[in-house]
Design a protein around this ligand. Structure first.
Ligand SMILES: Cc1cc2nc3c(=O)[nH]c(=O)nc-3n(C[C@H](O)[C@H](O)[C@H](O)COP(=O)(O)O)c2cc1C
Length: 334
């Protein structure tokens, strides 16, 4: 069956200059309403979709569980240790090789008809961990509504140019407000999340009605930006202003009553770094000041309490001293 490409998909074939031009952002905004928000049919199916939606569920007795745990140690230092196997040599594999080789693996089809979507969600977030949290500040197209929400389907993907991706999951009813704002304005600020911010950040993920500002919900503070309308988060050690350069919507996976899932590619236009956390030349952020968190499986987060260093390898340095590398080089196909 042939289907004409939506303006969003057509963007993929535009050049870099075209993509960041105002006219191509206008093309983004002209994407069909059915893709921007739920259609009438989708809205009608939303109650069923809502009752099937298991991604965010009420947790019983969490206060009791929390009370049984030790306090968070705010002043715990970050220790630096040796790497896991400092004697590792080329070809060594892992140091528990026999144990690893005796493990068996289960094959899972993510699209199996009897497999619940929530199982893919739980498997992926527990298996791809830790994930950094991008805390996105956006403004609606009419400039009236401000939004602040966390996303851990998030990553920096290059430094030249500095580029980021953010993944928006489907949910019952309307698309995520952040995504809607990104489509309407093509702008955002990506803020980093430090330990001290996490309760406020988590609160900002609440499914607030469109128009309610998570700045108020979280109690975090706005600071001015230079190249975009959205504010940056004053409490963040590092913030990146950015513009949307591409969007990919996963139209083939839309379920009745659910919004569309999508991926947004963002190019940085400005960096902001907390003055006492960055070196003179603006090239390194102090981990002790950043105190980053990673999102893990379930509702867990991990902090960085221990690090180690590992220099990157260069063939020209290591091959002359390695029998294995020398042999591999000599036996490679012409
Ligand atoms: C730490 C954390 C990470 C999250 N990561 C994502 C994500 O990567 N993608 C997504 O669609 N939702 C993610 N969420 C859920 C959104 O933050 C949540 O749906 C929020 O209500 C969206 O807000 P918005 O509609 O105002 O944009 C995450 C929530 C938390 C607490």
């Amino acid at each position: 069956m042939s289907r004409s490409l939506s303006p969003v998909f057509k963007l993929a074939s535009l050049s870099r200059q075209q993509i960041s031009s105002p006219s191509s952002l206008a093309a983004l905004r002209r994407a069909p309403t059915s893709l921007r928000m739920s259609s009438t049919a989708a809205t009608a199916a939303a109650p069923q979709a809502q009752s099937n939606y298991k991604i965010v569920e009420k947790v019983e007795n969490f206060e009791k569980t929390q009370a049984s745990r030790p306090d968070f140690n705010h002043s715990a230092p970050i220790e630096v240790t040796k790497s896991p196997d400092p004697k590792w040599q080329y070809g060594d594999g892992v140091n528990d090789q026999n144990a690893s080789l005796n493990k068996t693996h289960r094959q899972i089809d993510p699209y199996a008809p009897d497999r619940a979507t929530v199982h893919n969600y739980r498997l992926l977030i527990s298996g791809v961990a830790p994930r950094p949290v991008g805390f996105l500040s956006t403004v609606s197209g009419d400039g009236k509504t401000k939004n602040l929400s966390p996303f851990s389907y998030f990553q920096v993907i290059d430094h030249d140019p500095p580029m980021f991706i953010v993944g928006f999951s489907s949910r019952p009813g309307r698309v995520k407000d952040t995504y809607r704002n990104l489509k309407e304005t093509g702008e955002c600020v990506i803020n980093t999340v430090s330990e001290k911010m996490i309760e406020a950040v988590n609160a900002s993920s609440i499914d607030a009605p469109y128009g309610v500002s998570e700045w108020d919900v979280s109690g975090l503070h706005e600071a001015p930006s230079s190249t975009v309308k959205a504010s940056r988060v004053q409490e963040s050690v590092f913030s990146v202003e950015g513009k949307v350069v591409d969007i990919k919507e996963f139209e083939d996976h839309v379920q009745p009553g659910m919004s569309i899932a999508s991926l947004v590619l963002i190019k940085a236009t400005r960096f902001w770094v907390q003055e006492d956390a960055v070196n003179e030349e603006g090239s390194h952020i102090d981990l002790e000041k950043l105190r980053p968190l990673g999102q893990l499986g379930g509702m867990s987060y991990g902090r960085v309490s221990s690090t180690f260093e590992l220099p990157r390898k260069r063939w020209q340095d290591d091959q002359p001293n390695s029998e294995l590398l020398t042999r591999l080089e000599a036996s490679k196909p012409e």
